[in-house]
Design a protein around this ligand. Structure first.
Ligand code: USQ
Length: 405
């Protein structure tokens, strides 16, 4: 198939590109390199340096004799870019990761919030119109997030809810209560894409993904030149990746609040398989299909305990520290999210084992000397934006104070 991957320089985009290329598909990746700029802006550096997209594509060609086409451009700012790509490349599937992916980044200040929502929503609108014009039959696989739902006090369905109201029934998009303006941008995307399916008979799969962890895929192997970005900072690092790096450098694990918050998680290898399953089994014409993409759920404390246990197997003593929660989120809540769609298509999950955490720890210990500790403590407070972390004496709890106080 001809597959176009938007956001192909990112944590998931680049591994996805190699995954499809290794299976003989014709792959084009598009990226505007914005993530590298945001990293600089907030002082975040990945655990290992990540070669440029072009360098990685060149390395892939040398190693595998396969070509990944790279296009550097901005799908949100340049309304013509997706038009040209859809007209000339004629993708059969478009995999859309090309968005600002961080909740803290979106909550940092007004500028970042506006940027996140404009970038994400306008980029997706431009994809929709380019598809309508040039490839209305193509299948759009869009990366959504479990965070669109928030933590409702009822079961979370896969995107849709059957409702009976005053004796009448209908099937409606599941009501959303996200925890950040980033997550909300994905809610807007979901609504726009459901609209496109209804209006223009689009095939759309919205993958509401949980929190991803891991650093290895078959294609990355042990080749540092093919690696993907692994973040441990407070803005771009996701929780398990952060805990592993904290354990590796002997820093207490930063549990926000009580740590009783529950989320769905999945291994990066399963992200690739889920995308592959979605592409191999496209949505029908006019179908807005939603899968909840995670394999297991844990509370933050469960994750912290699992990291502590794996670390102790490697002789590391790890402490768990409760930080005053910088986010506005429920800590005690019901959480039962359905996720049977992807297993129904054949997903066989890589579950979180001590072996998996141990392997991540080994990699983190290899890079420990380069870790920028200052980038780890949370600096974005959901109520007040960018703040300074300070220790609350005498309890020792780290909390946030206004940056200029
Ligand atoms: N948390 C901690 N300590 C930390 C970091 C996070 O306790 O050091 C807690 C947070 O309070 C939150 C949970 O861990 O309750 C998850 O936070 P996260 O930073 O790992 O993930 P989140 O901000 O929700 O966003 C990440 C990705 C995002 C994706 C989302 C999936 O950055 O792109 O959409 O995971 S989900 O969370 O299911 O919405």
């Amino acid at each position: 198939m001809r597959i176009c991957i938007l956001g192909g320089d990112g944590y998931l985009g680049w591994p996805t590109a190699m995954h499809f290329s290794a299976r003989g598909h014709e792959v084009m990746v598009v990226d505007n390199m914005a993530k590298r700029g945001w990293e600089e802006e907030v002082g975040a550096t990945p655990l290992e340096p990540v070669p440029t997209l072009k360098e990685r594509a060149r390395r892939w060609r040398q190693k595998k004799f396969q070509h990944i086409d790279t296009v550097i451009g901005n799908i949100a700012d340049d309304g013509q870019l997706m038009q040209d790509i859809c007209r000339d490349f004629r993708p059969e599937a478009i995999i859309h990761y090309g968005e600002q992916p961080s909740a803290p980044y979106s909550m940092l200040n007004q500028e970042n919030a506006v940027y996140t929502q404009c970038n994400n929503v306008i980029g997706t609108l431009n994809v929709m119109f380019a598809m309508r014009e040039h490839c209305p039959q193509a299948h759009l696989v869009k990366l959504g997030t479990m965070g669109e739902y928030g933590t409702p006090n009822i079961d979370i369905e896969e995107g849709w809810l059957e409702v009976t109201h005053n004796g009448r029934k209908d099937r409606v998009l599941y009501p959303k209560k996200p925890h950040s303006l980033y997550h909300l941008s994905k809610v807007h995307d979901s609504h726009n894409l459901e609209f496109a399916s209804r209006m223009w008979d689009f095939r759309v799969t919205d993958l509401n993904q949980g929190v991803v962890y891991g650093i290895d895929t078959d294609e990355i192997g042990n080749d540092p030149e093919l690696c993907t970005s692994f973040h441990y900072d407070d803005i771009f690092g996701t929780v398990l990746n952060r805990f592993v790096v904290q354990a590796a450098i002997g820093m207490p694990l930063t549990v926000y609040g009580s740590g009783r918050q529950i989320r769905g998680y999945l291994n990066i290898r399963d992200t690739l398989r889920c995308i592959e399953l979605a592409v191999e089994n496209p949505a029908g014409r006019g179908e807005f299909r939603v899968f909840n993409q995670f394999t297991e759920q844990f509370s933050i404390m469960e994750l912290a305990e699992r990291v502590r246990e794996s670390a102790s197997e490697q002789g590391l003593k790890v402490e768990i520290q409760h930080l005053r929660n910088p986010r506005v989120e429920q800590e005690d809540h019901y959480y039962h999210a359905k996720h049977s769609g992807l297993p129904g298509l054949g997903l066989e999950p890589h579950l979180l084992s001590n072996g998996v955490i141990g392997h991540m720890l080994t990699k983190a210990m290899d890079g420990a000397a380069k870790v920028n500790e200052a980038s780890i403590l949370p600096k974005v407070d959901w109520k007040h934006g960018w703040q300074q972390p300070v220790a609350d004496e005498p309890a020792g709890i780290v909390c946030l104070q206004p940056a200029r106080a």
